[in-house]
Design a protein around this ligand. Structure first.
Ligand code: NAI
Ligand code: PYR
Ligand code: MG
Length: 543
């Protein structure tokens, strides 16, 4: 039985109550006599498409998910390309920003710093403790590229988990969206009378760490089969808590590891095409990262394995990577650097700071330009034109979310390279026609990775999530293009195939877990690859 959470008002306090989900086929007499499932699909799609704005469509789908989860997920799977921009980026960004205003009912767990010492009781409020398998946990401190949204970050956890259900067939009742309330430093929310979170600035890191230690411990006690996905923590805390807990609990950070994996996968496919066009060996690629936060550095770390898999040493691989932050090119003699940037600081440059992106591009002469900067339009026409002048087929990935923060649009990338570009963005753009040819943008978003990575980790009952499992998810994705998709020069598979892709990724992840010895489901070791793939597919929940 699937459960939904319905609000119950008691003494003025809204509480969670478990209610049985309406059965898929309601009793005779309770529905119109000629209600037909297929016609009802058309009716729901007509209602959805009749809404006047994306946020209205988001609110409609959110209600549909609650009243009729089977219909919601069935439509989601059928219309993946239409649904993801609504339930996920970009619209989920707006849903977060307006969460306190549009709030209707509880859909997840909230643990506040005020619960320190009694987090256990908060977690025990969750109705389906035994079913819990995957939780997306955010503290709202860096939601997409939209900054510190505090408790308004809840919809990002909800949206990611909807993709777990749709994309990997995780059962809806096995998912727990969590938003931690540790304050917010955004004055607008502190002043907003409708703001749903604590009206305090963020607690200092030492206090947050005490809270996180208790939270993670209680999570592992209350939900012993749970995998935790950290989402949209500000960069310092993203690295801190991933390192602190990754060997202790099954946990991964989506922005560092999921993004690293998805971009490595797209880069592998793009680099092959770019090298075929330039005649340069794969090991000669030079990658410039514009943005050196958790996502930029996470992706840079993961892209190291592109070069090491091609036979380069760690040092040689690191040399292929350049970072740019708000102060320009990141190099060792520039001055004090945040810890997460130090590994990639260049030691072969000692001159004055190179601040302007165009100047950095001219100095580095990259074959690939990655944007993880939250800076809309940073890939200006002259930057894109210079990339095109340097490379027959430049790789340009503006990966910041949501769409309005993308470093450039697909249209600009096509226009200023004359259609000769390998493009992937974090949020979706439409395909377009250029000189009689259809060109398709890739979506380099971790949504291709986390459903399959999570499913694999859950089925193998992993004690931790290793780097090798993350790399396996990436290579699994890179190898999942069909011949037709390769003919279309796609860098990522079509999103409509997400179930098939997630099953394949999950299988690769399970094998990597077995090799690393972190799997606790020994039965899977005895299966052949085809048996394992069939097993993974059989475990997927279907609406
Ligand atoms: N495509 C995907 O799957 C993912 C995309 N992202 C996106 O990546 C972006 C960054 O995320 P985080 O690294 O966590 O954020 P962050 O705020 O920690 O990092 C941003 C980085 O960009 C740099 N930056 C900002 N403005 C700049 C400017 N004008 N010039 C040069 N550098 C500038 C900052 O110095 C910092 O290094 C967000 O928009 C997020 O939505 C994050 C995760 C996944
Ligand atoms: C996609 C994602 O995780 C982000 O933009 O933060
Ligand atoms: Mg994220």
């Amino acid at each position: 039985m699937t459960i939904v959470l319905t609000p119950v008002w008691q003494n003025g306090v809204q509480k969670l109550k478990m209610a049985p989900q309406p059965p898929p086929r309601p009793q005779h007499g309770l529905t119109p006599p000629e209600l037909d499932d297929e016609v009802h699909e058309t009716r729901c799609m007509t209602q959805l498409r009749g809404k006047v704005s994306d946020i209205e469509r988001y609110i409609y789908l959110s209600a549909l998910k609650q009243h009729d989860p089977h219909m919601f997920y069935r439509l989601c799977l059928k219309h993946m390309a239409e649904f993801t921009p609504i339930i996920y980026t970009p619209t989920v960004g707006q849903a977060c920003q307006e969460y306190s205003h549009n709030y209707r009912r509880p859909e997840g767990l909230f643990a506040s710093i005020k619960d320190k010492g009694k987090i256990k009781s908060v977690l025990r409020a969750w109705p389906k403790i035994d079913d819990a398998r995957i939780s997306v946990v955010t503290d709202g401190s860096r939601i997409l590229g939209l900054g510190d949204l505090g408790i308004n970050g809840m919809p990002i956890s909800i949206g990611k988990l909807s993709l777990y259900v749709a994309g990997a067939g995780i059962r809806p009742q096995s998912t727990i969206p969590i938003c931690l309330d540790l304050g917010t430093n955004t004055q607008k929310y502190l002043d907003d009378p409708l703001y749903l979170g604590m009206r305090k600035r963020r607690v200092p890191t030492n206090e947050m760490t005490e809270f996180m230690d208790e939270f993670m411990h209680e999570m592992s006690v209350q939900f012993p089969k749970l995998l935790v996905q950290f989402e949209d923590f500000s960069t310092d805390h993203a690295f801190l808590y991933l390192e602190r807990y990754r060997n202790q609990y099954p946990v991964f950070n989506d922005d560092i590891q999921g993004t690293g994996a998805v971009v490595l996968s797209g880069f592998i496919n793009a680099a092959r095409l770019a090298s075929a066009a330039s005649g340069q060996p794969l090991t000669d690629h030079r990658i410039l990262f514009f943005g050196a936060g958790s996502a930029g550095v996470g992706v840079a770390m993961q892209l190291m394995s592109f070069f090491t898999l091609e036979g380069l040493s760690e040092e040689e691989a690191r040399n292929r990577i350049y970072l740019v932050d708000t102060q320009g090119l990141v190099y060792a003699s520039r001055g004090e650097l945040a810890e997460h940037k130090q590994y990639f600081a260049r030691t072969d440059y000692t001159g004055p700071p190179i601040k302007n992106l165009l100047d950095v591009v001219e100095y580095v002469r990259p074959t690939a330009l990655m944007g993880l900067s939250t800076t809309s339009g940073a890939f200006s026409p002259d930057v894109i034109q210079t990339m095109a002048a340097l490379n027959p087929l430049p790789i340009i990935f503006p990966l910041s979310n949501p769409v309005k923060l993308s470093e450039c649009t697909f249209e600009d990338a096509v226009r200023f390279t004359n259609g000769k570009v390998l493009f992937a963005s974090g949020s979706p753009f439409h395909e377009l026609e250029h000189r009689g040819q259809m060109l398709y943008p890739g979506q380099g978003n971790n949504m291709y990775i986390f459903p399959g990575l999570g499913l694999g980790a859950i089925l193998a009952r992993c004690s931790s999530v290793t780097d090798s499992m993350v790399e396996a998810s990436s290579l699994g994705l890179a190898n999942s293009l069909t011949p037709e998709e390769e003919d279309m020069n796609l860098l990522y598979p079509q999103i409509e195939r997400i179930r098939e892709i997630s099953a394949f990724i999950a299988m690769q992840v399970i094998r990597a877990a077995q090799t690393a010895g972190v799997d606790r489901n020994a039965d899977l070791r005895r299966m052949s690859d085809s048996e394992l793939l069939a097993f993974v597919t059989s475990k997927m929940w279907n609406p």
